[in-house]
Ligand binder design. Structure first.
Ligand SMILES: NC(=O)c1ccc[n+]([C@@H]2O[C@H](COP(=O)([O-])OP(=O)(O)OC[C@H]3O[C@@H](n4cnc5c(N)ncnc54)[C@H](O)[C@@H]3O)[C@@H](O)[C@H]2O)c1
Length: 363
């Protein structure tokens, strides 16, 4: 496989929280293929069809740990025992609609979980780089027709979005208080950044209330796909896009620790911004079967209508660019769901990473 990161990850000890989840399983597979020693920390996967389970990535990595990020002592014990050099923190309760039902747990996991990971980083002297994954929903959503920039104010209507905005504020505080770039090399040696991606799609996600898993479940059951928010506009992107950005950023942070420790948007190309209805239509077109049913109704829980991300900063300062338009992202996603039941899922994921990497590194 073409290594987009010039061998940087070979032999690095990388801790991934949330490795049993959708994005974390893909990141663990990619890191493993790049030669990193991956230490995964998460809860049990939710279904037997998750990418983590089907790919068997847990059996390939250095350590496949079960621990709750709400337990501060467990986090410190793991960091002290495994001494990671690089941390990607993805573990979270990431579903907007669920956050309305379990706001306290959402805050405990997302906010205090993040604080516990920050404290575990502080408790060990091995970590050089930490990339904390939040979301595009951390910005105060004013339904603007332009993409949110990194310096826009944080906010959030629902408990999920606001919990991620609170994570951003905690990360900023820990960076100022303990990992200040001006004191790098004198008081500490940690480069800390946060990253915000759009609506991520790709193989192996079976979460409730996400459009692609909803479509696949409906297609498999032979019923129409029910669409709650057909007109909502989202920045869609294939999972490999933000992951490539996180991996590129961490490498830059390692090489110039004080220069990149801030917030970064890793959103899609402009034309990947489209409605929920259009993305669902594109997916069922790839399968050549299925139908959509508009079930939007007044009085449902609030979900953002329009959400766009400005990626100028990642493009100009990191040279990072997304590679797939919305059709390409949906096609790669559909390809996974067409093949997962009959093929070796680890090889399937690697073949998709290989295809994504074929162009070589960003210039
Ligand atoms: N999928 C998207 O569209 C999207 C978009 C923007 C941001 N994000 C962010 O990316 C990250 C990963 O999202 P995902 O889609 O892979 O979610 P996911 O639900 O598939 O995975 C979540 C992971 O977190 C772990 N986890 C949850 N609670 C935990 C706890 N208390 N202790 C330890 N581990 C716990 C789960 O075990 C799982 O491994 C999240 O931080 C999410 O907010 C996702």
């Amino acid at each position: 496989m073409k290594d987009l990161f010039d061998g940087f990850y070979r032999g690095k000890r990388v801790l991934v929280t949330g490795h049993t989840g959708f994005k974390g399983s893909w990141l663990s597979i990619w890191l493993h293929e790049l030669g990193a020693e991956v230490i995964g920390v998460g809860l049990d996967p939710l279904t037997e069809r998750d990418n983590y389970t089907l790919s068997g990535i847990g059996n390939r990595i250095e350590a496949d740990l079960r621990a709750d990020i709400r337990d501060p002592d467990a986090m410190k014990r793991i960091f002290t025992a495994w001494r990671p050099e690089i941390v990607f923190h993805l573990a979270a309760q990431p579903i907007v609609r669920l956050s309305y039902a379990i706001p306290v747990e959402t805050y405990q996991t997302n906010v205090m979980g993040t604080v516990h990971v920050l404290e575990a980083i502080r408790a060990t002297d091995s970590v050089r780089v930490a990339v904390m994954i939040t979301t595009d929903k951390c910005y105060e959503n004013l339904e603007l027709p332009r993409g949110y920039k990194e310096e826009d104010p944080f906010g959030g209507y629902d408990p999920y979005s606001s919990s991620k905005a609170a994570c951003e504020i905690a990360i900023q505080s820990w960076r100022r208080s303990y990992f200040n770039p001006e004191e790098y090399g004198v008081k500490h040696h940690v480069s800390l950044a946060s990253v915000r991606a759009g609506n991520v799609i790709g193989g192996g996600d079976w979460s409730k209330d996400r459009i692609i898993p909803d479509c696949i479940r409906a297609l498999e059951a032979g019923r129409p796909v029910e669409i709650r928010s057909p007109k909502s506009i989202r920045p869609w992107q294939h999972v490999l896009e933000p992951l490539s950005g996180y991996l590129l950023l961490a490498r830059n942070m390692w090489e110039r620790p004080a220069a990149f420790c801030e917030g970064w948007n890793f959103g899609p190309v402009e034309n990947a911004v489209s409605t929920v209805w259009d993305v669902a239509s594109a997916l069922i077109a790839c399968f050549g079967k299925g139908s959509l049913k508009d079930v939007s109704q007044a009085g449902g829980v609030h979900e953002a209508g329009m959400l766009l991300l400005d990626i100028t900063k990642a493009a100009t300062r990191l040279g990072w660019q997304p590679r797939l338009d919305v059709a390409g992202s949906v096609a790669l996603t559909a390809d996974w769901y067409k093949r997962y039941a009959t093929e070796n899922v680890y090889d399937l994921c690697v073949s998709q990473i290989e295809a994504y990497s074929r162009e070589g590194a960003w210039k």
